[in-house]
Ligand binder design. Structure first.
Ligand SMILES: *Cc1c(COP(=O)(O)O)cnc(C)c1O
Length: 377
């Protein structure tokens, strides 16, 4: 099946008994066994597995070109399971230019247990390649990155990874525009809270792989740590996935309109959007991705007071964290999503106090641009 068909059908066939076209929200926490130790359905206790989650996991595996997937209660819960496969002394290479919560999980949680993180501060593939040694156990990429939208060459890193596991956070591109497993990644992680859920009404995460052994490891931590999504959460993510294709195309169209409309505006400094030819990752993004998602980052020219005025004058962009929902959002990464990254690191990365991140939603694109222009004015 083609991707647009898989979004609707993979893992979600009509119920063989009732004919219901939607997968049931099955709330049972325990499942009847055939006597002592005799399983009837394959399910035993809902943390270990349940029909609603299994159906979502089949969908996730199919749309990310994997064979196995595990669903979690949040993106960070999914990342926790991946990092739990490491032991004290293991070395991880990643970048400081990643989602702030991931940075916090690395430095404040797993670092405490003796996992060693080398976080490069450069902006590209080359900086990561230079940090690789044969001792590295895990390489963790986020591309496009949050909030600077740097593009890393996944296939190039995969060639150089030796025995390390290559993990790619594919939250920003979504499986609609990028499939890291096809480029040599071992594991893909998602915050399904963002584009996959798509409606800002469910927090969730996922880990997807094409390797049964790795999936068994992740499954062990999914069950042992227990950060699993509720059946209703699974339903919401699966419902979101059905419209991923139509939503991503519209996010892309609106993001191009907004990014192109901001370039050259007298009150706007640099505009970061990989779809713009002047973006350093432009050519690579065209090779590696099938489209651009709806995040556009730019710098406002002006002081703190001008920044506050700009935020208060927006009518259609709601000030808030998160991204990937149908509604447009605006945030100030320096204070909000990246509040937990030390100021000196933010300074070196170029996450400046007047850097603004937009999650361009599905409203009328011309009206979105007009909203930004009038607030800038
Ligand atoms: C939001 C986000 C996460 C964390 O996911 P939660 O669902 O909020 O726990 C991880 N990575 C990226 C790129 C994100 O945007």
């Amino acid at each position: 099946m083609k991707l647009d068909t898989r979004l609707i059908h993979a893992g979600q066939e009509p119920d063989p008994v009732t004919g219901a076209v939607n997968v049931a929200i099955n709330v049972s926490t325990t499942f009847k066994q055939d006597g002592i130790g005799g399983l009837r359905s394959g399910y035993e206790y809902a943390r270990s597995g349940n029909p609603s989650r299994q159906s979502l996991e089949a969908t996730l595996a199919a749309i990310e070109n994997g064979t196995h997937a595990r669903a979690f209660a949040s993106g960070l819960a999914a990342e926790t399971a991946v990092l739990s496969t490491l032991a004290a002394g293991d070395q991880v290479v990643s970048s400081s230019n990643i989602y702030g919560g991931t940075y916090r999980l690395f430095t404040k949680v797993f670092g405490k247990f003796g996992v060693r993180f080398t976080l490069v501060e450069g902006h590209g593939t080359k900086d990561l390649l230079e940090a690789l040694t044969p001792a590295v156990r895990m390489i963790w990429l986020e591309t496009p990155s949050n909030p600077l939208l740097d593009i890393v060459d996944i296939a190039r890193i995969a060639e150089a990874k030796a025995n390390a596991l290559l993990v790619v956070d594919n939250t920003f591109a979504s499986p609609y525009f990028q499939n890291p497993l096809d480029l040599g990644a071992d594991l893909v992680v998602h915050s399904t809270t963002k584009y996959l859920g798509g409606h800002s009404d469910v927090v969730g995460g996922a880990v997807i792989t094409g390797n049964a052994g790795l999936d068994a490891d992740i499954g062990f931590y999914q069950n042992a740590e227990g950060a699993v999504p509720s059946p209703f959460d699974c339903y919401l993510v699966q419902r979101g996935i059905k419209t991923l294709g139509v939503r991503m195309k519209r996010h892309e169209e609106n993001a191009y309109k907004v990014a192109q409309g901001l370039v050259g505006h007298p009150r706007v400094g640099r505009v970061l959007f990989p779809g713009l030819p002047e973006h350093p990752g432009h050519a690579l993004s065209l090779r590696q991705m099938r489209g651009q998602s709806g995040v556009v980052t730019f710098e406002l020219r002006g002081d703190a007071e001008a920044l506050a005025r700009f935020f208060s004058r927006l009518r259609l962009f709601t000030v808030g964290e998160s991204l990937g929902g149908v509604e447009s959002l605006v945030c100030l990464p320096y204070e909000m999503t990246h509040g937990s990254v030390p100021p000196e690191v933010k300074g070196r990365l170029g996450i400046t106090p007047n850097l603004i991140r937009l999650s361009v939603g599905l409203e009328d694109g011309d009206e979105l641009l007009e909203d930004l222009r009038s607030a800038l004015q």
